[in-house]
Ligand binder design. Structure first.
Ligand code: NAD
Ligand code: MG
Length: 334
């Protein structure tokens, strides 16, 4: 993989799992909390050349895929995100917190001072372990809650366990999703349609419903929608439908919960370099040019969404609810 600006540090960030963890271990809480006042000011980074651009190496994984097996490795902010106490003492539950966008949110929340519970599928334990270590390296509590959110009883248990082990809940991030590319509706089975809706829509409904009694004024719900809610791709019809549903759920719930002081927003990413894509989300030949059709000319990296998830969870966005925040590289979006 070549990098346009090829700084050595970027290569390390995108390097193997061991490198990421070793680097994470070096990040002391004081540094992560932004108290490193003696740091030399860095010039602004060119967003076009900041991260890898296509063509990418061909690669296929079994779903749900692992971030640790991607080439290049995604940047979830492991060595770059610096907190400044914006979520001190908050308690967050993030589904799909092992990898991709959910991992970026988990790392950022911990560095902003929050305790974090993550849900993921049991086969994703290697990715999840890395996230747990990163959260603990900040001196925050990390709670690992593996299990399949297609099951309503598990979703209820998940929230119960998160609340008990965190000692409460202030931030819910509905982020897990299933995405399986099918070129023709004729190849879209009822089983796939059902599984996509169970994972992306029903689970959000079950988990949010179970969480509501525990949320207090000032709490925030953030759900990951997609550019597909506005500009659906022809090969992921079922997935795009669920992303539209997530957006509308967020807008309706924002109205229902505003009088209680609970905000509900959605995030609409464009193409992001995460395990969702090489594990069935895109056909392998399309992954090679993933993100090339954006004005930015490259996919986003999960770290580039961390700030949005932090903002929406924090008191700084106290008048923002029922909104959709996009990061799409210049095309599509709300
Ligand atoms: P990802 O693969 O890193 O995260 C998705 C996670 O969903 C997995 O890590 C897995 O833990 C979880 N998951 C899937 N099925 C599950 C199940 N049955 N039970 C429990 N957990 C399950 O990929 P990502 O791209 O970071 O995805 C996060 C969110 O971002 C998703 O909602 C996705 O739709 C959305 N999104 C991604 C992109 C993109 O291009 N990557 C674009 C727009 C929106
Ligand atoms: Mg994962």
């Amino acid at each position: 993989m070549s990098f346009n600006d090829s700084p050595a540090s970027r290569r390390q960030i995108m390097g193997g799992a061991a490198t990421g963890l070793a680097a994470a271990a070096l990040v002391t809480p004081a540094f992560a909390q932004g108290q490193d006042t003696a740091a030399t000011p860095a010039p602004p980074e060119n967003p076009v050349t900041r991260y890898p651009a296509p063509p990418f190496p061909e690669q296929v994984q079994e779903p749900p895929g692992l971030a640790g097996k991607m080439d290049p490795r995604p940047d979830h902010g492991e060595t770059s995100y610096r907190g400044s106490g914006r979520l001190t003492g908050r308690k967050a539950l993030i589904t799909g917190g092992d990898s991709g966008i959910g991992r970026a949110a988990a790392i950022a929340y911990a560095r902003e001072g929050a305790d974090v519970a993550i849900n993921y599928l049991p086969v994703e334990e290697p990715d999840a372990r890395e996230v747990v270590e990163l959260i603990r390296a900040e001196g925050r509590k990390a709670v690992a809650l593996p299990g399949d959110i297609q099951d309503e009883a598990f979703c209820q248990q998940l929230v119960q366990d998160a609340v008990e082990q965190l000692g409460g809940l202030d931030i819910l991030v509905n982020n897990a999703a299933k995405q399986v590319s099918q070129d023709s509706l004729l190849d879209l089975s009822t089983e796939q349609f059902d599984a996509t809706f169970k994972t992306n829509v029903y689970a959000m409904f079950w988990i949010t419903k179970a969480a509501l009694p525990h949320l207090r004024p000032g709490s925030a719900i953030i759900s990951t929608s997609s550019v597909n809610a506005y500009d659906p791709s022809e090969n992921i019809v079922d997935y795009a439908m669920t992303k539209g549903a997530i957006m509308i759920f967020s807008k309706a719930m924002a109205k229902q919960l505003a009088p209680k002081g609970i905000r509900v927003n959605a995030v609409a990413p464009g193409p992001f370099w995460t395990p969702l894509q090489p594990s069935g989300g895109q056909p392998p030949d399309k992954l090679v040019s993933f993100g090339a059709d954006t004005p930015m000319g490259r996919p986003g990296q999960p770290a580039e969404l961390a700030g949005i998830y932090v903002l929406l969870a924090s008191d700084e966005a106290s008048y923002s609810t029922g909104q959709v925040f996009a990061a799409v590289g210049g095309r599509g979006g709300p």
